[in-house]
Write a protein that binds this ligand. Structure first.
Ligand SMILES: *Cc1c(COP(=O)(O)O)cnc(C)c1O
Length: 371
């Protein structure tokens, strides 16, 4: 699609590379970057393209469509689906050599049948629910995994779990989850089931919980330059990879009593210079930033005034000298010494940085640069 509208997300692939290298300092285990949800909105095909060149061989996505999109571009990487895949799609998994997570015996049986039919071996990882309370083998894990390991055409390459509180200061619950995981792994061993890859660590756990690293780690958010917690990791220097930019579409002055946008939630008390930006909540600029968030123009903060509309947003530029139509505006990212982080936006919206990134819609073109 042509980009006639001056709104875009800048993706700094250099920052992504440096974040990967920073992360490597925290672990000797293999790293499987998580590129689900189009690499948290950064563009999975491009992100994988860069990390592959740094030697990454394995990537995680959330569902089969995402895996197939990557497979279309890259034949030489391992792709794992960390999320449920319906048994009826087992042949696609086997054919395209995509590694599913398995948490029901029926899924493994379907995969086994597909493998036999296609005369291939299907790799799978079993998921254990040690306390996340989402998906995974739980009460009958030992028996279920033994059954799976005996199925023909199956290679149980991995066993993994997910931690509910890896980003907390208090890691008691995380340690308890790891204890349950280790206990099961040892029991499997005594039954002669040796699974080569164990994994449990997301970004937070890679940073602050080394005992969770095992053979493989699954970082997402830190690769994109945001920390999953406030109390740890600042000094590692992870850099945000994404910025969101637009150009001013219109400028005017409004006078006392005049209002801005739906519902007249902003009414001028003094002459106010108003810039209109051609971006709105349909782009993922959250409506809860109305009368709350700021943008950056000429390295200075300009407050968002009135309700954010679907496609347009107004800001007060009265305090900034020399603003012109066409000037660049930073809605996320750095301009001079000022910066608006995804964490700042998330705080205004009562959410986490993850949801801010995933929320930038397909309408916003991603522009890649390598710094
Ligand atoms: C999303 C996800 C990750 C990555 O989490 P971050 O906090 O972004 O590092 C790791 N493992 C699983 C199972 C996930 O769903």
């Amino acid at each position: 699609m042509a980009n006639f509208r001056p709104v875009w997300a800048e993706i700094d692939l250099g920052a992504l590379k440096r974040n990967y290298q920073r992360l490597q300092k925290f672990t000797d285990s293999e790293i499987m970057p998580v590129v689900k949800a189009d690499a948290y909105g950064h563009g999975a095909v491009e992100v994988v393209g860069v990390l592959r060149k740094l030697g990454v061989k394995r990537f995680g996505v959330a569902f089969l469509e995402e895996a197939l999109e990557l497979r279309k571009h890259y034949r030489d990487i391992s792709i794992m689906v960390i999320g449920p895949t319906l048994p009826e799609y087992s042949e696609i998994l086997v054919q395209e050599e995509i590694i599913p997570e398995i948490f029901q015996v029926e899924q493994a049986e379907a995969l086994s049948q597909a493998a036999i039919k296609l005369q291939k071996t299907a790799r799978l990882h079993v998921k254990i629910d040690t306390g996340m309370g989402r998906i995974g083998f739980k009460d009958n894990a030992l028996e279920d995994i033994q059954r799976i390991a005996r199925l023909p055409g199956i290679f149980v390459e991995g066993i993994y779990t997910h931690l509910a509180t890896a980003d907390s200061k208090d890691l008691t619950y995380a340690f308890e989850q790891l204890r349950i995981f280790d206990d099961l792994y040892q029991k499997l061993k005594t039954k002669s089931i040796n699974i080569p890859l164990r994994h449990a660590a997301n970004s937070a756990a890679i940073l602050q919980l080394p005992t969770s690293h095992y053979e493989l780690c699954r970082p997402g958010i830190v690769l994109y330059g945001l920390l999953p917690m406030e109390h740890f990791g600042q000094e590692a220097g992870f850099e945000p990879v994404m910025s969101l930019k637009a150009k001013i579409a219109h400028l005017k002055t409004i006078y006392p009593g005049e209002s801005v946008s739906y519902g007249r939630t902003f009414i001028a008390e003094q002459p106010t210079r108003v810039a209109t930006l051609p971006i709105g909540y349909a782009d993922g600029l959250r409506r809860s930033l109305s009368n709350r968030g700021d943008v950056l123009i000429k390295g200075q903060r300009a407050p968002i005034i009135g309700k954010i509309c679907m496609d347009q947003t107004m800001v007060d530029v009265s305090k900034i000298e020399g603003v012109k139509v066409g000037d660049e505006v930073t809605l996320l990212g750095r301009d001079g010494s000022e910066v608006i982080t995804a964490d700042e936006l998330a705080e205004h919206c009562d959410t986490i940085s993850y949801e801010i990134f995933c929320g930038f819609s397909k309408r916003v073109p991603r522009i890649y640069k390598d710094s």
